[in-house]
Design a protein around this ligand. Structure first.
Ligand code: AMP
Length: 423
């Protein structure tokens, strides 16, 4: 029997993983320059972290969580970052200073979804969370950070949509209004929306089915129903985004899948991605801590999917062509030459210069040069009996094909001078 990886969970290696490293380090730079520090939480959490907090009616909690059941506990593999983050904040009292705190995470998420392009069962999210700041400026900052991440890769093919989903004061009457609207049309809605009708009527607004969309088109929209303080907040977010030069559009159909959002909700979408067009998204979640039975404090955050960003970067050819390759490939012909080149190769490596050496003793020069080519080394260095006798080494520039003879006595300094990634 051939054992394969779990469907929707990928191995990463080679050039693809090099590209991931490149992208990860650029994103981390953006977070650092906006003052966000990293937080890591365990992959396994108690089920209570998500059920009852994220919302029992959501797809994630209802059907997508991987569960591990033991005699006394049910654990789940983290399906999203914010609830785990909130559990950690409350556990370590990170909010107790009352001062704004900026955090980012980069973690694998697990959801039992139907895999397709851009939709995996193990995927990776970068996320940012800003706690203890209720201001609309904080919301605008988060949206700006997410925007800056895509801008840092020169990606322009995306749209930023924002909405307000109201607060605990104005959302209940809006939900009632929506229910009054959908009630007579209930039979025409898809099965999923019929289920959502009672407890999450707002989620009918972001159903992707054409028939539900057509009905939702004439539904009352939240922006005309939110209270005056939510309205003022929303207007200020828009003003700040304009100041930040973030291009956005208002989309009253953005409600986000999770229950814990209040006021600002946003999504970044891109046509480059096909059907799964969400690049990232987030919103304000001032009420989440009370779902953990604790006093509320303000918070806002976002999550962005790495796999989706990678698709966008591949589609638009924005991933670097040249991946790091060895500066040198050493070809010692015989034991004496090996004794000389082996310590030198380690010396260079210890100084941060990528230097390969062949341990093969019988294959000959032609074969060794082939290996230098295969690895894309900048230079190939050869020492055989002739060279040992004359105290020299033959250095070939693999790109130009030119050769030069170096003296063995000054080999280290000569090589360091030529190293592409010199220390
Ligand atoms: P969400 O937590 O559902 O709001 O997702 C945040 C971001 O994670 C989305 O905008 C996507 O970029 C990404 N994402 C969500 N689900 C998946 C998945 N199953 N596979 C890959 N990426 C995903």
């Amino acid at each position: 029997m051939e054992i394969k990886s779990v469907r929707g969970m990928n191995d990463l290696f080679g050039v693809e993983l090099e590209h991931w490293h490149y992208v990860e380090s650029k994103i981390k730079k953006v977070f650092h320059s906006f003052g966000y520090s990293e937080i890591r939480t365990p992959a396994l959490e108690k089920i209570e972290v998500f059920s009852g907090t994220v919302g029992d009616e959501t797809d994630i909690v209802e059907k997508q969580m991987y569960q591990i059941i033991t005699d006394s506990e049910t654990y789940v593999l983290r399906p999203e970052g914010t609830a785990s983050f909130m559990r950690a904040v409350l556990e370590h009292n990170l909010h107790s200073t009352g001062q704004p705190g900026r955090y980012y995470y980069y973690l694998p998420m697990f959801r039992h979804e139907r895999p397709q392009k851009g939709r995996l069962r193990q995927f990776h999210q970068f996320g940012a969370e800003l706690i203890n700041d209720a201001s609309p400026e904080a919301d605008a900052e988060l949206i700006t950070v997410l925007d800056q991440i895509y801008k840092s890769f020169e990606v322009t093919e995306y749209r930023v949509r924002i909405n307000s989903v109201g607060c605990i004061e104005c959302r209940p009457p809006y939900k009632d209004k929506l229910k009054d609207f959908f009630q007579p049309k209930l039979n025409e809605l898809c099965e999923q929306c019929q289920k959502r009708f009672e407890r999450s009527p707002m989620r009918i607004l972001d159903c992707k089915r054409e028939s539900c969309r057509a009905i939702a088109k004439t539904a009352p929209l939240i922006l005309s129903c939110i209270c005056s303080s939510c309205k003022t907040h929303h207007e200020r977010v828009k003003t700040c985004l304009t100041m930040a030069q973030v291009k956005f559009e208002e989309d009253p159909y953005i409600v986000r899948g999770l229950d814990y959002y209040t006021r600002t909700a946003f999504e970044f979408t891109s046509e480059l991605l096909g059907a799964q067009d969400a690049l990232g998204g987030g919103g304000r979640y001032d009420g989440l801590s009370s779902r953990f039975g604790k006093a509320p404090f303000p918070a806002v955050g976002f999550g962005l999917g790495m796999e989706r960003l990678m698709i966008a970067l591949q589609e638009t050819k924005r991933l670097p062509q040249t991946i790091q390759t060895p500066s040198f490939f050493f070809s010692p012909l015989g034991d004496k030459a090996f004794e000389l080149l082996f310590p030198l190769s380690l010396k260079l490596k210890r100084q941060g210069v990528w230097c390969e050496i062949s341990y093969e003793k019988t294959k000959g020069l032609k074969w060794l040069l082939k290996q230098a080519n295969r690895l894309n080394a900048d230079f190939s260095l050869m020492i055989g009996d002739e060279e040992l006798k004359s105290g020299s080494a033959l250095l070939k520039n693999m790109k130009s094909g030119t050769q030069e003879t170096l003296s063995i006595t000054s080999l280290e300094s000569e090589l360091l001078r030529r190293a592409t990634h010199a220390p």
